[in-house]
Design a protein around this ligand. Structure first.
Ligand code: ATP
Ligand code: MG
Length: 319
């Protein structure tokens, strides 16, 4: 039995093979058992890259150059490629924004879940079928025995996302990584999927790495938040701390640009400029060109340092 963190990412750095331009740089964070950690940041900040690096699914054009990924106490770097695959298959599962692209279009959804159950858990086919139907019911699919036989295109987007979640749970992972799991869905269905994730977290103590650019989703689900900017961690804090007293100028700008669901409607404050891409990263603090607080100190990269209990921030202007 391990009681330590489920995932510890330390100093993770990736680069484009062709140009050696860095994308993720020194990314460090952890996820405890049963904890939901949200990873937020504008488009292009490296959220998906981080998820893919943890899953061991980086695109061919990109490689990890430094840092460790420790899953359930085992450093994946110390294992052979085959062992890493087996380990990830057992301990990690991922759901994506568009479930249609992750499901096999010519295979019945139930069969896809049965495959996971036989491959990952070694269940005999009869038991696997019963378990797949149970899982479809668990994720809120009505008449699961009937839906077992459906093909992905016969289901709605929300239902397909439920199937993806059922297939992810089938492997009984220690950590579920969800990359924008509700972005492609309409608002009502979004809320239903969020409710489902919340129930799963409560009922089976699932650890969740939740990637989103929707701060409303963060407020509803996250225990802790990692704010990523241009491939670096800007700030890490408990969700309540971040919403009450974010310290990094980027986190503050993100929060200020958030549309409010309650209270008087205030105008969106867009953040001036755009996230730099690989090869065009400014030296020093990567947020510097867009930051109103930038000083000469920001020409060197700010280290992550404590700004309070369980609160880390990478900004020279924050002591
Ligand atoms: N296959 C690839 N080859 C080269 N660069 C890539 C590749 N995939 C992503 N990138 C670059 O890596 C950076 C981070 O991209 P990533 O997709 O991780 O961002 P993201 O935070 O997930 O954005 P979004 O919110 O739009 O999903 C971007 O600058 C992107 O252009
Ligand atoms: Mg992404």
């Amino acid at each position: 039995m391990t009681t330590g963190p489920v995932l510890v990412v330390d100093g993770l750095t990736t680069e484009l093979r062709r140009t050696t331009a860095t994308i993720l740089e020194g990314v460090t964070f952890s996820i405890a058992e049963g904890e939901t950690v949200a990873v937020v940041g504008e488009s292009g900040s490296g959220k998906s890259m981080l998820a893919l690096a943890v899953m061991g699914l980086l695109p061919r054009a990109i490689r990890r150059t430094a840092g460790s990924i420790v899953l359930g106490g085992t450093d994946l770097a110390a294992l052979s490629a085959g062992e890493v695959r087996a380990r990830r298959g057992r301990d990690l599962a991922m759901i994506f924004q568009e479930p249609l692209s992750a499901l096999n279009p010519v295979m019945r959804v139930g069969t896809q879940i049965v495959e996971v159950l036989t491959r990952r858990r070694g269940l005999p086919s009869h038991a696997a079928r019963a378990e797949a139907i149970r899982l479809l019911g668990r994720v809120g699919i009505a008449r699961p025995a009937e839906r077992f036989r459906a093909f992905p295109h016969e289901l709605s987007g929300g239902m397909r996302q439920r199937v993806m979640i059922a297939a992810a749970l089938a492997a009984q992972p220690r950590l579920l990584i969800a990359d924008e799991p509700t972005t492609a869905l309409d608002v009502t269905v979004q809320a239903q999927i969020l409710d489902l994730l919340r129930d799963l977290k409560r009922d089976i103590g699932l650890a969740l790495m939740l990637i989103t650019h929707d701060l409303g989703v963060v407020a509803e689900l996250a225990d802790r938040v990692v704010v990523l900017y241009a491939g670096r961690v800007a700030e890490i804090a408990p969700a309540t701390t971040l919403f009450d007293s974010a310290r990094h100028p980027y986190s503050r700008a993100l929060l200020a640009s958030r549309p409010r669901a309650h209270g008087p409607r205030s105008a969106l404050v867009p953040i001036e400029g755009a996230v730099p891409t690989a090869g065009t990263m400014p030296a020093g603090c990567r947020f510097r060109p867009r930051c109103s607080l930038a000083t000469v100190s920001c020409a060197s990269p700010p280290p992550l340092h404590a700004a309070g209990p369980d609160h880390l921030v990478a900004c020279w202007a924050v002591q």
